[in-house]
Design a protein around this ligand. Structure first.
Ligand code: 3H9
Length: 697
């Protein structure tokens, strides 16, 4: 093991420098190095110790890869206590991101200085745990309970200037962390500054912890770690001394460390980073991108244009008429105004973008010089083919030609050009400038550097990009279609749409499927059903018509104020529409179905198993390369509860044999819908899980 903690002397000061790229995570060797460095400084008669990080950051936290493995000494809490107890003056100089265990190490030092660009935070709750090395005990002592809870229950990253005001930092100074650190330590020594262990500070003033716990629990929508963090902070006020508070923190930390939520969130963390690492892209250079063409300026096109403009691209937006082009510009301006409001864009940049970066056009010729053209026109294969034929005629050689279709056959679209190698699917999710997911759909002939360009674009736009193959709905919408069908079946058999929505939001989804139908517009599903019926449904497939009746009555969801729910002006959530159940009951009667009761648990189980089974097919067919690609798609595009880590992680946590058993049981009532995916059957036979496939890739 190469040295991960450097040791040198600058007169009376021992300098410990972290050298563990990329983020100086506090793995066992780093912890041992710090421990050894403190001991050596003491034994060599140094007066003070400076700790800082080399490379891009101070410690960004405990090494997450060690979670779930046998612990190795020294543990981080023991190390922090040892640093704090040192008779020498210990100081940390922070830059980059001092997060989690990183901030906990800094808080165990006697003084802290940082560069202005540094950020600090305790983001452990986002990994399903709480700070476990004294953070819940030391932070409230230096910053007060309210400020500490504001950081710990949200995991937010706090800028140096704010951290200084909060008392988390003692000084902020521009410069190299080592240099500003050394100067600060010298000044402290000269002033004969005392050691200042946080553990000796008075207990912080308590607040109404029960009320805070309830509020945080509610906000977490099933995620436990933020609420448990409240209890740990409570111990900083109520435990009889610092050590007792720490013991309580440890107990709660270990409980969460053993939880499924921790496993799910850590899986999500690493999957988000693994998703764009594809072996097929190694060594492939993306094409240069500067100018982006967007065809169609409706909600989706304007959102895509906004996203590209915010990332610094020049955008040529093509519409059919001047009027439509100006309407598109208004949409973009309103999106940008939202970005200004959220502090993501300065008003000057907003003006510059609208004046100088956005070009409106009504003639395809304006797209001749763009590096990538993406269409967001009406979802109709013939319309799309015409657009691509025009793009083929005007765009320069090497332009990437992208479609934002949600389900159409991209091979067929590519076939309408003389350059199918340049054609790719870039499936954004609405609103495109906000939603993180981008499905990069690779058609049969898409060239590898075009795929690499798609991923490079996704990165610049700040998206989480997932590779998908061509099929109806790609990864996300194909799986969505299966679990919605399952929900529709449960309605026919006796559950109400409202019970289903409630059960699934309790499970952790942001919204249930019927509230989502209302949000998207019931006409979308209606059109899809008509299309499928026209193409000819398999006679074994169960179809239903009550939703068509809602549409025929003019109830199209939120946009008409009525759908499954009734929406009162000014209220985000609707009340169940009393006209819905009679329609369903009529249909059940006509089909001779005697409705039966469903428990919420069964609803969730069926919905999830339908999702997992289709996802297994999507992986088995190679539409998604790995199970983690499905998980990331559902997490970032479909409101899947983050603490389950995605549907296939959920399935692993349940145990695949149980999932397969359920399918076998339910196939007795509907063998057409409940057909087990071959990959699921194979994994069960081999005694393996989806995550084993992730590890192989
Ligand atoms: C904790 O501290 C618990 C303690 O309270 C108690 C313990 C007893 N460990 O994100 P990036 C890897 S919990 C291991 O692409 P960026 C990451 O996987 C921890 N590896 O860069 C990636 O690897 P690869 C609390 C880590 O610049 C590479 O570093 N801390 C860790 O966009 C680059 O990462 C956190 O939760 C880690 N802790 O963002 C912070 N962190 O290249 C988590 C990163 O092989 N980290 N890696 O794919 C982050 O938020 C971001 O990584 C950071 C940099 C903002 C630091």
């Amino acid at each position: 093991m190469s040295q991960v903690i450097g040791y040198e002397r600058e007169g009376d000061i021992a300098v410990l420098s972290a050298q563990n790229p990329p983020v100086n995570a506090l793995g066992v060797h780093v912890r041992r190095g710090l421990m050894a460095g403190i001991e050596r400084a003491e034994s060599e008669g140094a007066k003070a110790v400076l700790i800082y990080g080399q490379g891009r950051t101070y410690f960004a936290g405990a090494d997450i890869r060690e979670f779930g493995k046998p612990p190795q000494d020294p543990s981080l809490p023991v190390l922090c206590d040892r640093i704090e107890a040192s008779p020498l003056l210990v100081v940390s100089a922070l830059h980059g991101t001092a997060l989690g265990g990183g901030l906990e190490v800094a808080l165990s030092c006697h003084y802290r200085i940082a560069v202005p660009s540094a950020k600090v935070g305790l983001p452990e709750v986002n990994l399903g745990i709480i700070p476990g090395a004294g953070g819940t005990q030391r932070l409230p002592r230096v910053a007060g309970v309210d400020a500490a809870l504001g950081m710990i229950t949200t995991g937010r990253h706090v800028r140096a200037s704010e951290a200084l005001e909060m008392g988390v930092l003692d000084k902020v100074e521009d410069g190299d962390p080592r240099e500003i650190g050394l100067t600060y330590v010298r000044d402290l020594l000269e002033a004969d500054a005392p050691r200042r262990p946080v553990c000796d500070m008075a207990r912080p003033t308590p607040i109404d912890f029960d009320a805070t716990y309830d509020a945080v629990l509610k906000k977490g929508r099933g995620q436990l770690s933020p609420a448990i963090a409240v209890r740990a902070v409570q111990a900083s006020c109520e435990a009889e001394n610092f050590a007792a508070g720490q013991a309580r923190e440890r107990e709660l930390f270990l409980e969460l460390m053993a939880s499924d939520q921790r496993k799910g969130l850590i899986h999500a963390f690493f999957s988000e980073r693994a998703v764009s690492k594809l072996p097929e892209l190694q060594g492939i250079e993306p094409r240069d991108l500067d100018r982006i063409g967007v065809i169609g300026g409706g909600t989706m096109g304007a959102g895509i244009a906004t996203s590209a403009l915010l990332a610094g691209f020049r955008v040529v937006l093509l519409e059919m008429t001047q009027e439509a082009a100006h309407a598109a510009k208004d949409r973009i301006a309103s999106n940008l105004a939202g970005a200004v409001k959220r502090g993501k864009l300065s008003p000057e940049n907003q003006e510059d973008i609208l004046k100088n970066k956005l070009i409106l056009a009504t003639d395809y010729g304006a797209l001749s010089g763009v590096d990538l053209a993406i269409e967001a026109v009406f979802e109709d294969i013939e319309v799309k083919k015409q657009v691509f034929a025009q793009l083929d005629a005007v765009c320069k050689n090497g332009t990437v030609l992208a479609t934002n279709t949600s389900y159409l056959d991209i091979n067929e679209i590519a076939g309408s050009t003389g350059r199918p190698g340049d054609v790719i699917g870039l499936h954004f999710f609405s609103p495109a400038h906000v939603m993180k997911l981008l499905e990069i759909v690779v058609a049969d002939q898409t060239a590898p550097d075009v795929v690499a360009t798609g991923f490079a674009l996704g990165k610049r736009l700040g998206k989480v990009s997932v590779r998908a193959g061509v099929c109806d709905g790609f990864i996300g919408n194909r799986i969505l279609s299966a679990y919605r069908t399952c929900a529709d079946h449960m309605v026919l058999d006796g559950a109400s749409p409202f019970q289903i929505d409630t059960a699934l939001t309790r499970f952790g989804f942001a919204m249930g499927p019927f509230a989502v139908y209302d949000l998207a517009g019931l006409d979308i599903g209606w059109a899809a059903r008509k299309r499928k019926r026209a193409a000819g449904l398999d006679p074994r497939a169960r179809d239903s018509f009550y939703a068509d009746k809602l549409c025929e009555a003019g109830y199209l969801g939120q946009k008409t104020g009525k759908g499954y729910y009734i929406y009162e002006k000014g209220k985000r959530e609707g009340e169940p529409n009393p006209e819905v159940m009679p329609l369903i009951e009529t249909e059940r009667a006509a089909r001779g179905i005697s409705p039966r009761a469903f428990t919420d648990e069964e609803i969730v189980r069926r919905y999830m198993v339908a999702m997992v089974n289709e996802a297994a097919r999507v992986v088995g067919e190679g539409i998604a390369r790995r199970p983690l690609d499905v998980d990331v798609t559902l997490l970032y595009g479909y409101g899947f509860p983050c603490y389950w880590g995605g549907p296939l992680k959920w399935a692993d946590l349940q145990g695949l044999p149980k999932v397969l058993d359920d399918i076998d049981t339910w196939s007795e009532e509907d063998a057409y819908f409940w057909k087990p995916a071959p990959l699921l059957v194979q994994l069960v036979a081999d005694g393996r899980g989806f995550d084993d496939l992730n590890k192989e890739s």
